[in-house]
Design a protein around this ligand. Structure first.
Ligand code: SAH
Length: 451
């Protein structure tokens, strides 16, 4: 592949509501080969795109990917001639370390462009109806970081938005008071702005100082007289939240509801049955297909978590696609049986067709995201495809848990969706209305949840 063809887009994904992605960003995300995304970007948003998705989230407690490793990762994909999207929460140039990533690309001579996003302050402002400027009240705005505490600035601006305050909101309040802000200064804390679980606390610095309630991340703090404008029944808070288990959105008037997706794809997510059956039957054959190096990591995690020896798979052909995946297999002491050159699902399928691989049992290790296109194409070649879905830290994101406290209605599209939901949620709070696609689904829901 030509080294020069790689291209990187540094993209802002907006503050959470997937609808706040720009039209340009959406177009580009449909075109790229790889999406490297941060923990502020929701699985729902990236789930709409076909590219290989790699989660590079850094969390305070557990550093999944260090910044240097992320930089290297971006460059390594670009070097292989891929179009790479580096997707960040909000805007990449507002507390997003976008500058560092671009400097790294420049140093390595990789071409790039930057697509801005809606920053959290703007999202929070619009979705809580707190204007950042008001004629005659506040005529200047500053964006600051609330972390670390000893570096907090109090610029001379009418409205100040502090990012990164979640774990220390009351400490931030104390610091601001110490630095000269009056206790009666108005503040608002906005958690999960623009998302279904958005929550607002509005009060004064003095009240916040003594508030020991935990602030959930991500959250920001807005300070200034503009908070006076805050009303409890802001437009976004009034929208009904519907959790969709499966497809069926067309039943709900667009824009009237906040739709929360609970992913229920048509594939069985863990088909360990097939795997076990194969291991127990030494005569059985199967092909383990690794579309990328992350699939190898998922597979290794699966082996170690279940205390399975690779030699149990003595009739399985190990098929990595691309050099990264075969290198990863070798790193774990496994010699590939068949190396495919291809990386994209289209090329993988074409190569397999050329090799006459049909009617096989193909097992694909993955984590969370399922390349539906690949599965469909392999199935069309009369292979029976099973997914070995293993949640692996530090590669792909694990399924996010939905906080049912914020949900008004749940819709089950099929019995399978209700069953999958039951695996994650044992009960459904009484205040939630449950609707189903048909009577069969209703019957299954009733059996599972005993409403
Ligand atoms: N580049 C991002 C900011 C990254 S720093 C942007 O432009 O928005 C991370 C901080 O952003 C979080 O600690 C929080 O203060 C803020 N943030 C991001 N998304 C948020 C959201 N949905 N609600 C509230 N704060 C958010």
């Amino acid at each position: 592949m030509n080294e020069k063809n790689g291209y990187v887009y540094l993209i802002g994904a907006g503050p959470g509501d997937p609808g706040l992605l720009t039209v340009k960003a959406e177009r580009v995300l449909h075109e790229v080969d790889v999406i490297l995304y941060d923990n502020l970007v929701s699985a729902e948003l990236v789930g709409q795109f076909d590219a290989l998705k790699i989660y590079t989230g850094k969390r305070k407690d557990k550093h999944h990917f260090e910044q240097d490793a992320i930089n290297e990762e971006i460059v390594s994909h670009a070097r292989q001639g891929r179009k790479v999207a580096r997707l960040k929460g909000g805007d990449p140039y507002v507390f997003g370390r976008g500058g560092e990533e671009i400097a790294f690309l420049r140093k390595h001579g990789i071409e790039y462009e930057i697509i801005p996003g809606i920053t959290a302050a703007h999202g929070a402002s619009a979705y809580t109806e707190i204007p950042l400027t008001i004629r005659h009240v506040s005529s200047s705005v500053a964006f600051c970081t609330g972390h670390p505490l000893d570096k907090i600035h109090v610029p001379d601006a009418d409205t100040i938005v502090y990012y990164m305050v979640a774990s220390s909101a009351s400490d931030v309040a104390k610091t601001l008071i110490k630095k000269g802000k009056e206790e009666k200064t108005k503040v608002a804390i906005v958690q999960n702005a623009t998302r279904y679980n958005q929550k607002v606390f509005a009060g004064t610095l003095g009240e916040l100082k003594n508030r020991d309630k935990k602030v959930v991340s991500p959250a920001l703090l807005i300070l200034g007289e503009n908070i006076t404008e805050f009303i409890e029944d802001y437009w976004f808070g009034k929208k009904k939240r519907v959790l969709m288990a499966g497809e069926g959105e067309d039943r709900y008037e667009k824009g009237e509801y906040v739709i929360v997706r609970y992913p229920c794809n048509n594939f069985r997510d863990i088909d360990r049955g097939i795997i076990r059956q194969r291991i127990d039957d030494p005569a059985a054959e199967m092909m383990l297909l690794f579309p990328d190096k992350y699939a190898v990591r998922c597979f290794c995690t699966y082996l170690s978590e279940n205390s399975i020896d690779i030699r149990d798979f003595n009739n399985a052909a190990l098929c990595p696609a691309g050099t990264d995946a075969s290198a990863e297999l070798l790193k774990h002491g496994m010699l590939p049986d068949l190396c495919l050159d291809a990386c994209t699902s289209e090329d993988i399928v074409r190569e397999m067709m050329e090799l006459g691989i049909t009617g096989e049992t193909v097992v694909i290790p993955c984590s969370g995201f399922i390349n539906e296109d690949l599965v469909n194409k392999l199935t069309a070649l009369k292979n029976s495809v099973a997914l070995l879905d293993v949640p692996v830290e530090g590669t792909f994101e694990k399924g996010e848990k939905i906080d049912l406290d914020f949900i008004d209605e749940i819709f089950f599209a099929s019995p399978a969706c209700a069953e999958k939901f039951r695996r994650h949620y044992k009960t459904i709070p009484e205040k939630i209305t449950v609707t189903t696609a048909d009577t069969k689904t209703r019957a299954v829901y009733k059996k599972l949840f005993n409403p």
